[in-house]
Design a protein around this ligand. Sequence first.
Ligand code: URA
Length: 182
Amino acid sequence: SDTRSICALKHTATNLVFGDGNPRAKLMLVGEAPGADEDRLGVPFVGVSGRLLDRMLAAIGFDRRSAYITNLLPWRPPGNRAPTNTEIEACLPFTERHIELVDPAILVFVGGVAAKTLLGRNEGITRLRGQWTDYGSAHLPRPIPSVAIFHPAYLLRSPGQKALAWRDLLAIKGRYDTLVGK
Ligand code: URA
């Protein structure tokens, strides 16, 4: 087992992928883990999935000046394998703190892994998407309304689910306009 750091992924990654966008934004998104493009550039969601995520955000009037984006894991799992529960758990306190520091008005989990981990739920994304839940953690002044959306990588494989994704994006936009203003 790795004793050099709390998460061994650090040693196979090229770059730390911390976050992108505006840390003062009121909309924060949390994905799963960097892929090859993200690892190469040190920026989350810049590959094929990232381009779709940018289009999804643009459809409801957001970009990386009005949103903030990070991942559960700041390092790429080698070969894009799924992160293990041990890796996710090792990084979870940092993700929780990251959310506390940004303290957004709305938190969006991009894909089932982020949603299940941060909500402590066992259902899959098909169940979790579209359900609004108050996300809480120790040092947040108040719970944050949160919702899961399908991961863009999943939408690229299953374009038939885009109608549900569109519905979820409109709900996010509506909730944002109510809480933050247009
Ligand atoms: N998929 C993710 O979950 N995060 C990224 O940054 C890129 C792809």
